[in-house]
Design a protein around this ligand. Sequence first.
Ligand SMILES: CC(C)(COP(=O)(O)OP(=O)(O)OC[C@H]1O[C@@H](n2cnc3c(N)ncnc32)[C@H](O)[C@@H]1OP(=O)(O)O)[C@@H](O)C(=O)NCCC(=O)NCCS
Length: 167
Amino acid sequence: MNEILIIRQPKTRKEFESMYDLRWSILRKPWNQPKGSEKDELESDAYPFIAIFQNQIVGTARFHKSNESFGQIQYVAVEEPFRRKGIGAKLLEAIHLTAMNQLLKFTILNANETAWPFFEKMGYKAIEDGPSLFGELKHKKMIRRFSRNDLKMQKIMKNLRNTLLPE
Ligand SMILES: CC(C)(COP(=O)(O)OP(=O)(O)OC[C@H]1O[C@@H](n2cnc3c(N)ncnc32)[C@H](O)[C@@H]1OP(=O)(O)O)[C@@H](O)C(=O)NCCC(=O)NCCS
């Protein structure tokens, strides 16, 4: 059945291309940025995620570890007709789980004005003005600290890392 929402990392070259197309069309094209501007030098060290519904990529987000405490979220985008249906939240949940797996304490991002309410719902707080993008979009640096409950998950991960299956 294709009627389920799947959140996972892209695997095939075609999936990577569709993901970059989506990033570009939502986050770069409206500001006349050329193809290619939707990628950066961190791609090979980052964890990209895609949301798939009915065999189509309808959303994406990317995570990378910045240091031992912080991870950064970038390129969060959901196709317009699919917005306000919970897909962005599921993409962030997958990223938060990845960050907890890595025992990080915070995730940070640079959010444009229109996305502030979304990130606030996802537990982020604005801490300072961020760099404005393409001279137009107002941004704020936002941060989310993992809660006590999230830290329980980190404990699980620590325990799992020390657990081996019997030979
Ligand atoms: C920001 C974006 C990724 C949100 O994705 P989404 O799938 O629509 O978000 P969700 O449906 O998962 O929303 C999660 C929660 O945030 C709320 N929310 C989402 N967008 C909102 C908005 N514009 N205003 C107020 N609340 C909003 C939802 O109502 C939901 O709240 P609930 O849990 O109480 O129901 C999407 O709007 C988008 O792609 N925007 C264009 C690209 C962009 O600006 N990306 C961010 C770059 S910094």
